[in-house]
Design a protein around this ligand. Structure first.
Ligand code: FE
Length: 283
């Protein structure tokens, strides 16, 4: 079996979003849609007390996308216009399908030892589903399958691993989303259908991905030139931990505009119009 090679490495940029939240952003929505079906990947890791209190992301809209929040440490309190409210705690995941629209707020909170560590991934919706019903899939840490074998620990959020299925289902992009940790001197192989986009966000340690050394913190983007991803960790190192993200591209024209991703300029104009005249939220 041939390994997919690395196309390029993305160094995350520090950006400020919401009410002054500092985060590391690897990809952001662009009309070129290079990482189709994935639009954005943010890493929350504001663990420097100098940053002061975290005000988070006050009420904002979304349309035409899915946002996936996965927390490793700390939590995010959320509340939306449809009456949903909850807390995404450490190890939990929230897969939010905005469909035609939600207005929500997301307020990150530090853990007891003062840390916040988590990720938000945006996944596109195909044109036929952009104006569908908003939907949430909330999964508690204990309901995410953990697979441990030969120094490899996998937390499977979405997709399949040797017959085990992740708890998040019925997502248009048929994505794979898993948290993979390799102890030193371990190896991991995962087959990926041809045509699927594959990204690996390396956030701890160092690993060899298809023969190339990738250090944290960075995102490796793979070519569509093989059947699998192969990762190895050095015996002398401290292992490696990464989010493996893969999915089928929609191959549709997209028009991103802030928290909205639609297919035409008219649809964006209509969205803005609806926000102005108060008809954005449809019960
Ligand atoms: Fe949001």
């Amino acid at each position: 079996m041939k390994n997919r090679t690395i196309s390029h490495i993305i160094e995350p940029q520090l950006v400020i979003e919401g009410a002054g939240v500092l985060l590391r952003r690897s990809i952001a929505p662009r009309a070129s849609n290079e990482y189709d079906p994935f639009l954005l990947f943010d890493h929350f890791a504001f663990n420097n007390p100098l940053e002061g209190p975290i005000r988070g992301f006050p009420t904002h809209p979304h349309r035409g996308i899915e946002t996936v929040t996965y927390m490793l440490e700390g939590s995010v309190n959320h509340r939306d216009s449809l009456g949903n409210a909850g807390k995404i705690g450490s190890g939990d995941v929230q897969w939010m399908t905005s469909g035609r629209g939600i207005l929500h707020e997301e307020i990150p909170r530090r853990s007891e030892n003062g840390n916040i560590y988590g990720f938000q991934l945006w996944v596109n919706l195909p044109a036929v589903k952009k104006m569908g019903q908003p939907r949430y899939q909330e999964v508690n840490s204990g309901d995410i399958p953990v697979i441990e074998k030969d120094g490899v620990t996998i937390r499977l959020v979405a997709g399949e691993w040797n017959g085990t299925r992740g708890p998040v289902t019925e997502i248009a992009a048929s994505p794979l989303y898993m948290d993979v940790k390799l102890a030193p001197a371990s190896s991991f192989i995962y087959s990926i259908p041809s045509g699927h986009t594959v990204l690996a966000y390396v956030f701890e340690g160092t690993g060899e991905f298809s023969g190339e050394v990738v250090e944290s913190v960075s995102m490796a983007v793979f070519n569509d030139d093989g059947h699998q991803i192969e990762v190895k960790s050095d015996a002398a190192g401290r292992g490696v931990q990464f989010m493996l993200i893969a999915g089928a591209p929609f191959k549709e024209v997209i028009v991103p505009y802030g928290p909205f991703v639609m297919n035409t300029v008219e649809e964006i104009q209509q969205t803005i119009q609806e926000l102005r005249n108060g008809t954005f939220i449809k019960q």
